[in-house]
Ligand binder design. Structure first.
Ligand code: 5GP
Ligand code: MN
Length: 316
């Protein structure tokens, strides 16, 4: 599939009139912030922009300007252009079935996205898709509205752990500073994004009770079976509580979502977890990746623990 430069995408945004923007299932701050952020910019140019994300939006992202307008892919919808942000186009639920467009472009920063599914612009060095969208808006040469700045700042902040992770560059911080100048308010973003219902902190405590260290203390996991997951509204952020353990390189959270379907999230300090996730058809980044295991709870747990242990042993 063909590669687009940012200049070429800017040309498409100028020429066409109606846009559908979408992001991945299990939406996070970058996917939601990037789609909403670009939608605000397009509207400021007099264009029609519809954001469709075919999954439940987590409560802590509902503060994003425009979040209430996000639609699920429940019905057919037409536009000139589909923009698929922050993911390979295989993780967007029913969007491709429902959307009729002249052109589709995938904009992403995942190194595991090989661009084979759709015309694309992929910058694997970018800290966040929001950073690529920031560059796109600069290329367009239009001002950031306050709403767009808030959304794009949230994307940058969440994918970089508030400008702390290995993907943070001077450019990332300059982009963040520009967005603050344009109206993003960092403390509003961090208060909203980090807030959890009381019950979720109770759930975190239960999850930590079940954490297991393995691979000689170089890995730690939270493994949640189906009945446990069913009781929890979200497990977002749980992995951050175990990745900090001294000596732990790889942190993993495994959740059984349904019969023969377990979701795996991984974070690392040194190891390449995207290579690990790719072994199971998933992907992501060197230090943050995920995959789906089509097996029962016990098999999935054993499989991922063995793969992580092997990866750490190979590295030693
Ligand atoms: P998280 O653990 O926060 O769900 O995901 C970490 C990173 O890996 C994110 O950048 C996310 O987009 C990516 N990722 C998670 N699960 C998958 C998956 O199943 N496939 C692919 N290609 N990427 C994933
Ligand atoms: Mn991202």
């Amino acid at each position: 599939m063909r590669e687009y430069t940012l200049e070429e995408i800017a040309g498409v945004l100028r020429e066409e009139k109606s846009f559908i923007l979408t992001g991945h299932e299990n939406p996070d701050g970058d996917c939601t912030g990037s789609t909403l952020g670009l939608a605000h910019i397009l509207r400021s140019l007099g264009k029609q922009a519809t954001v469709i994300i075919d999954d439940k939006l987590p409560r802590f992202l509902s503060f994003l300007p425009g979040a209430v307008e996000i639609r699920r892919a429940d019905e057919p919808v037409e536009a000139d252009v589909l923009l698929v942000l922050d993911t390979v186009p295989t993780r967007i639920g029913r969007v491709l079935e429902q959307v009729k467009v002249k052109k589709a472009i995938n904009i992403d920063h995942h190194e595991t996205n090989d661009g084979s599914h759709m015309d694309h612009h992929i910058e694997s060095q970018a800290a966040a898709t929001a950073e690529v969208i920031y560059k796109l808006v600069k290329t367009l040469g239009v001002p950031f509205t306050k709403e767009a700045a808030m959304c794009l700042y949230t994307g940058l902040a969440t994918d970089t752990g508030y400008f702390r992770y290995a993907n943070t560059t001077p450019f990332t911080m300059r982009a963040g500073a520009d967005l603050i100048e344009a109206g993003a308010v960092p403390y509003i973003v961090s208060e909203a994004v980090d807030e959890r219902p009381y019950q979720t902190v109770v759930d975190l405590s239960a999850a930590l009770d079940r954490m297991e260290c393995f691979a000689g203390g170089r890995a730690c996991g939270i493994f949640l079976d189906a009945p446990t997951v069913a009781k929890m509204e979200t497990t977002e952020g749980f992995i951050d509580s175990i990745r900090i353990i001294e000596g732990v390189d790889i942190a993993v959270v495994l959740k059984m979502k349904e019969e023969k379907l377990c979701r795996v999230s991984m974070r690392s300090k040194r190891a390449n977890v995207s290579a690990l996730a790719t072994q199971f058809g998933g992907g992501g980044h060197e230090h943050a990746a995920g995959c789906t295991l089509h097996m029962g709870y016990e098999d999935a747990k054993k499989t991922i623990m063995e793969a992580i242990t092997r990866a750490l042993e190979a590295q030693a």
